[in-house]
Design a protein around this ligand. Structure first.
Ligand code: MEV
Length: 318
């Protein structure tokens, strides 16, 4: 028996960082995926194969003892094995076309696909149960996660997310042409989030104003989407970028990328934790082919389509 699950990458359209502190955010799943395959073994180990390497540890050994990139998988395997005493070992293989560490949700998609793939060998879980397991797993490497990334990787499509009131699907027919451009600078979400928390500690009043502004901006975005108003959507992206500049998660490279697309985009901003990673830009169809030259050869870019499937999982008889 082989259990296979896949989950999509994500972008944050509005509200990154502020969402950790209780504001709303808008996210979309995109058409890049990670696939996790799990099989039983007789080796009394948990073996993990990924492009970052291979590890093999005795079953029920602590996830704290392995490198960060493997922690969520060991955590999930152990959690599930703990309630299934006859398991003799698991081998988990990760295949991904999501770039790692650039704000496109690679680790969240891995957590979601792994939660679905491992658990399916034992029990059929609902999407909500998979989501809860994946957030627990993500917390082994990123304790302050808002849960927004795992949520959109689980449900797919476009969502409005809020830690206290939950998730609302945005059923929009609005055609968004988004370019994703990678600065090729890897970042650590954990340290960017910690720095923003320091900013908040140092200036509670301004941070709270920025949170209010972000919530107001998101309400306006929802209306703009309902009205198919891409001009307002673009303006709101640029306005959101000003808030991200203020909380200091931008840098010269990201600013230069945003500026270089100004003449052809309706708006652009960082997506995800910042400090590197990717920007997104709203670009009209007839300008799409101008993007690579404006960004320069050292950057990667592609246009993103929204994934509507979210996590997909099932078993295959070998
Ligand atoms: C990271 O993709 C998004 C952040 O808002 C962190 C989080 O929501 O957990 C920076």
């Amino acid at each position: 028996m082989k259990s296979i699950a896949s989950a999509p990458a994500k972008i944050i359209l509005f509200g990154e960082h502020f969402v950790v502190h209780g504001t709303k955010a808008i996210l979309a799943a995109i058409d890049k995926r990670v696939t996790v395959t799990t099989i039983f073994t007789e080796n009394k180990t948990i073996k993990i194969n990924s492009e970052l390497g291979t590890i093999e540890v005795p079953i029920l050994s602590s996830h704290e003892d392995v490198k960060n990139e493997f922690k969520p998988f060991v955590y999930l395997a152990n959690k599930i094995i703990n309630s299934e005493p006859n398991v003799t070992g698991l081998e988990i293989t990760i295949d991904s076309d999501i770039p790692i560490g650039v704000g496109l949700g690679s680790s969240s998609a891995c957590c979601v696909a792994a939660a679905a793939s491992i658990s399916e060998l034992f029990n059929k879980l609902s999407s909500e149960e998979i989501l809860n397991l994946s957030i627990e797993a993500e917390k082994t490497i990123f304790p302050n996660t808002s849960g927004a990334d795992c949520t959109v990787c689980t449900y797919g499509g476009m969502i409005e997310y809020d830690q206290s009131s939950g998730t609302r699907k945005i059923e929009s027919t609005f055609q968004i042409n988004l370019v994703i451009a990678n600065s090729m600078i890897p970042h650590s979400t954990k340290s960017s989030v910690e720095r923003v928390s320091k900013f908040k500690e140092n200036d509670e009043e301004r941070f709270s104003q920025l949170c209010d502004l972000e919530n107001g901006l998101i309400d306006e975005v929802i209306t703009a989407m309902k009205n198919n108003d891409s001009t307002t959507l673009g303006l709101k992206m640029s306005e959101n970028q000003e808030y991200l500049e203020e909380i200091q998660i931008s840098n010269d490279t990201l600013r230069n990328m945003i500026n270089s697309l100004n003449q052809i985009s309706l708006g652009s901003k960082i997506t995800g934790a910042g400090d590197g990673g990717c920007i997104i830009a709203l670009v009209q169809d007839d300008n799409m082919d101008k993007v690579p030259a404006l960004l320069g050869k050292d950057k990667e870019c592609f246009s993103a389509k929204i994934d509507t499937k979210g996590v997909v999982w099932g078993m295959i008889e070998e």
